[in-house]
Ligand binder design. Structure first.
Ligand code: GLC
Length: 640
């Protein structure tokens, strides 16, 4: 037996039933105190999207996690010192935290077709997570999204399992690496087939054969397990009407036995709530199906009592509970958590100037450049001449929040800028010189600190560019060309769904929000928000965009359109009115990368990793019979 397995076995023998059940329980931070972590022997705590401590600075995060960790290590007659592991959704950078570098969401990275870049992004992300005292991220998402109506399409690299299977192990390696001081624990999600539900309904039902499941949706997990991923999160969706959270064939037979996964499996947010008629039955069913750790908001004490009761009665075999605990201990030992100093005394906690650094931002800027896909370029209007007289317009031209998308500072993302500080990093800037380097978080009410809006990036290449969000300042005597930045605004999960016919079953919005909770900068309570729309037509979702474009073209000024979006949309009208059309996806904080390309300092090279629809009711995927999308998988115009 190797030394880790020996340590696990010896520790397990010392653990009481209460300590074992506490170890498999993961409350959300709003529902548990450090004192309760010790009292109930809790193994992990998480932050849901937007659930942040204090002023949401790295120091606040380090302080919070240090308190939780210290409580878990305060051994006494009743409590064993087993280090707590803290989890966050750092899915495109450590983006809960103000000032983090925000990378393009996965759909843009899929268009970059650069696995080496993926590993470098993951390594930077790991450093920015570790710099906040956190040890675990619920990333990468390895969904193979098959329907663009899904609100989480942007979390998927591609509709093609080959790209996702190539990227998954590289992102895992970039995050986990040698489990050293600059690394964190990875979590591939959501097992399995979250992107294959009928009509793309989030948390809906995947009605496909075992053969298709294995051909399309299992391969990324096989690759990630082979690469040594330590955790897997289960999907909130169902397979042929059976919830994944209670699916023994999927979790135990396929993931653990067939793929040989020996880390631990975690549930998604209150994911067991809907399994059976009672919460007790749901908890028993999920643990017996192979779930090892349970992500629970308010009902975690109830959960603990039900598990203890059913282990004592034998409905949950002690072997199953022991297996779950051993898997969790194995991850903690493999990651070296027992030997690491407390969060406040770790290397990157003490040297967190790398957090949001220029070096990290340059990796994100490179990712933006490589993610851009050009769908149209009449008369080779791109790349633009730097001496041209340029008007910049569109609601997404100067809004870092919009360009970052969901899971950025807030669960649903934010509408934000920090206009107080114009300009930003320039090539000649050094860390000390940049206006944001010395920014005191409290000095600005901005939520997205650092980076550049797309307009700021353009304005640095061509100074004194006019900004007119609705385009009304367009003047053919003053402007040779207009760059209009249009598209979607931030969303996440089910609130991003496009649901033909309005709301459908499965819009379960908990996230710890009460019915009156609202999102930052919004006045509609979360519980009352519906899906993003009912059709993929951009002119219906955002009529202001075609209006802005037309108001400019009607004056005889050619338009270069840049679209911010989390998925392919039907944009026939917008395309027709534009001389050139570039898809920027959700590019993140480094909008400068767009200017790098549209003025020709770098080539445009992105290729679609998703098929592009002509109409809303088309749902093309590579390999379909009579495949005939508007723009096929792999499409992207170039200039060198
Ligand atoms: C969510 C998501 C999952 C995320 C988790 C924690 O509901 O489905 O991707 O990791 O909650 O925020």
């Amino acid at each position: 037996m190797d030394s880790i397995e020996k340590k696990i076995s010896e520790l397990l023998k010392k653990m009481t039933l209460d300590q074992k059940v506490g170890q498999i329980t993961q409350p959300e931070r709003q529902f548990v105190t450090p004192q309760e972590v010790k009292e109930y022997h809790i193994g992990s705590v998480l932050s849901g999207g937007g659930s942040v401590p204090g002023d949401n600075t790295p120091a606040d995060w380090i302080k919070m996690n240090d308190e939780y960790w210290a409580a878990s290590m305060e051994a006494d007659d009743n409590h064993l010192a087993i280090p707590l592991i803290y989890g966050v959704d750092a899915i495109h950078g450590n983006t809960n935290v103000k000032g983090a570098v925000v990378f393009p969401h996965n759909i843009g990275l899929g268009a970059a077709h650069d696995p080496d870049l993926i590993e470098r992004i993951a390594a930077v992300t790991a450093r920015e997570i570790a710099a906040t005292g956190v040890e675990w991220t619920f990333a990468p998402t390895v969904a193979v999204a098959r329907n663009s109506h899904w609100g989480r399409t942007y979390e998927s690299y591609s509709e093609d399992p080959r790209i996702v299977s190539e990227y998954a192990p590289r992102f895992v390696k970039g995050l986990q690496g040698d489990f050293g001081e600059e690394k964190v624990v990875a979590c591939v999600k959501h097992f399995v087939g979250d992107g294959a539900t009928t009509h793309g309904i989030d948390q809906g039902d995947m009605n496909i054969s075992d053969e298709e499941l294995r051909r399309i949706h299992i391969p990324p997990y096989r690759a990630a397990v082979k690469a040594g991923v330590l955790t897997v999160m289960v999907s909130l969706s169902s397979w042929n009407m059976e919830k994944c959270h209670g699916h023994k064939y999927l979790i135990t037979d396929i993931l653990k036995k067939e793929l040989g996964f020996d880390g631990f499996v975690i549930s998604d947010w209150d994911g067991i709530d809907y399994l059976a008629d009672s919460y007790e039955e749901s908890a028993v069913m999920s643990l017996n199906a192979g779930m090892d750790m349970f992500m629970i908001t308010g009902r975690w004490k109830e959960f603990i009592e039900y598990i203890k009761k059913n282990v004592k009665s034998g409905r949950i075999p002690m072997e199953r509970l022991d297996d779950a605990v051993k898997r969790i201990l194995r991850v903690k030992f493999k990651f070296g958590l027992f030997d690491k100093p407390r969060p406040a005394e770790r290397k990157l906690s003490l040297q967190n100037s790398i957090f949001g650094s220029l070096e990290h931002r340059e990796v994100a800027r490179e990712a933006v450049r490589k993610s851009l896909v050009m769908l149209k370029n009449d008369d080779d209007i791109l790349p633009l001449n730097k001496n041209a007289r340029i008007l910049v317009a569109g609601k997404n031209a100067h809004n870092r929040g919009h360009q970052c998308g969901g899971f950025t500072v807030a669960w649903q993302g934010v509408n934000d800028n920090d206009p107080e500080i114009s300009g930003s990093y320039t090539e000649t800037d050094t860390e000390s010189a940049s206006p944001r380097k010395n920014l005191n978080i409290s000095e600005t009410n901005s939520l997205i600190l650092g980076g550049t809006s797309i307009w700021e990036g353009i304005n640095r290449v061509v100074p004194n560019t006019d900004l007119s969000i609705d385009g009304s300042a367009a003047d053919p005597d003053k402007h040779d060309v207009a760059i209009v930045v249009i598209g979607e605004t931030p969303y996440a999960e089910m609130l991003g769904d496009i649901r033909v016919g309005g709301l459908a079953k499965g819009l379960n919005i908990s996230k710890g929000s009460t019915s009156e909770d609202t999102l930052p900068g919004e006045d509609i309570p979360i519980m009352k928000k519906g899906p993003y729309g009912t059709h993929l037509y951009l002119h219906e979702l955002h009529p202001e965009d075609i209006a802005t474009i037309k108001s400019i073209t009607s004056k005889g000024i050619p338009v270069v359109t840049i679209m911010i979006c989390g998925r392919p949309l039907v944009v026939n009208q917008e395309l027709e009115q534009s001389k050139a059309f570039v898809v920027a996806w959700f590019p993140g904080s480094e909008g400068q990368g767009v200017a790098d390309v549209i003025f020709g300092d770098y080539p445009i090279q992105g290729k679609l990793s998703f098929s592009w629809p002509r109409y809303d009711d088309e749902n093309w995927n590579l390999g379909d019979k009579d495949y005939n999308p508007l723009f096929p998988y792999g499409f992207g115009l170039e200039y060198k």
